[in-house]
Ligand binder design. Structure first.
Ligand SMILES: Nc1ncnc2c1ncn2[C@@H]1O[C@H](COP(=O)(O)OP(=O)(O)OP(=O)(O)O)[C@@H](O)[C@H]1O
Length: 272
């Protein structure tokens, strides 16, 4: 369903992403890891057309999404929701409205100007928030929520788009281990229950090993690792991160591993 073919992005003289190619046959949970500056964000931004590629093609179900223009490009962006490290919510707006902004591009200008939401939109937003365990937060301002709750609102906003693919750019980099687990569990559930593909840039190895069924390692814009998590040994990680023999896994770890792995654990906590 996804075929990335020789994709590059050059800034000045530097190739941030340098001729990368890979194929994903079924909607997987793909993690992209690598040190800062490896090109992870640039790749995700090319996927959802926030950044133009310098060359190459990205086929999704046979269509080169890098070649789309105008309405077709906007339609693709609707199918490919993005989640950011810093949540990117409207802080003073209530949670439900933030979620409903996920369908902004499908609404009339007039409806948007007067903040008029249809009953169907409101019901859907509340049911998505409920699924993520934060329905009771719907009337609150987004800025009043904890970081983990805000990231779940961002996930809810993404789901409101009913996307084919969810792109997550370091979704847990600003969160403590417990909230990181809640957010990763939520993304994983969306992947397994809805069959949506998730591509997540992750800054920690343990998270990639625990949640992904495919891990891509980037270094200096190139793919230097592509395999299942069990192949992601300390030595493979050392190659990806470009570290010497003193490389320590602890430096790329969140402590999520010390928390119990129970899919329902996160949901139970959310209600609290
Ligand atoms: N708009 C830009 N203009 C110039 N250089 C850029 C731009 N965006 C990214 N770069 C450069 O491209 C390279 C890759 O950056 P990118 O943000 O994709 O890496 P990353 O792996 O996501 O790192 P991080 O985890 O720190 O976000 C870096 O050298 C960065 O400085």
């Amino acid at each position: 369903m996804l075929n990335v073919s020789n994709v590059s992005r050059v800034f000045g003289k530097k190739a941030a992403v340098d001729r990368i190619s890979f194929t994903v046959d079924k909607p997987g949970f793909v993690g992209i890891i690598g040190r800062s500056g490896a090109g992870k964000s640039t790749f995700l931004r090319m996927m959802n057309r926030l950044t133009d590629a310098t060359s190459g093609q990205i086929f999704v179900d046979g269509t080169d999404i890098l070649a789309l223009k105008g309405a077709a490009k906007r339609a693709w962006q609707g199918q490919c929701a993005m989640i950011f490290q810093q949540f990117n919510l409207v802080p003073r707006m209530d949670v439900a409205s933030n979620v409903m902004h996920g369908v902004l591009n499908r609404r009339s200008t007039l409806a948007t100007m007067f903040n008029l939401w249809s009953e169907a939109d409101i019901t859907r937003a509340l049911s998505i928030l409920d699924r993520l365990g934060i329905a009771e937060q719907a009337p609150k301002r987004a800025e009043a929520l904890s970081g983990g709750q805000q990231q779940r609102v961002a996930i809810a906003r993404a789901l409101m788009q009913d996307p084919k693919i969810i792109l997550a750019d370091e979704p847990i980099a600003s969160l403590d281990p417990m909230n990181a687990q809640i957010v990763m569990d939520a993304l994983h559930r969306i992947h397994t229950e809805d069959g949506r593909m998730v591509i997540a840039n992750l800054h920690t190895l343990d998270t990639a090993r625990r949640y992904c069924d495919r891990v891509i390692g980037m270094r200096d814009g190139r793919i230097v690792f592509d395999g299942t998590p069990d192949l992601l040994t300390t030595s493979a990680a050392r190659d990806i991160y470009g570290a010497d023999a003193s490389f320590s896994e602890a430096a790329t770890s969140t402590s999520i591993d010390t928390l119990p792995r129970d899919q329902n654990y996160a949901t139970t906590l959310l209600g609290a």
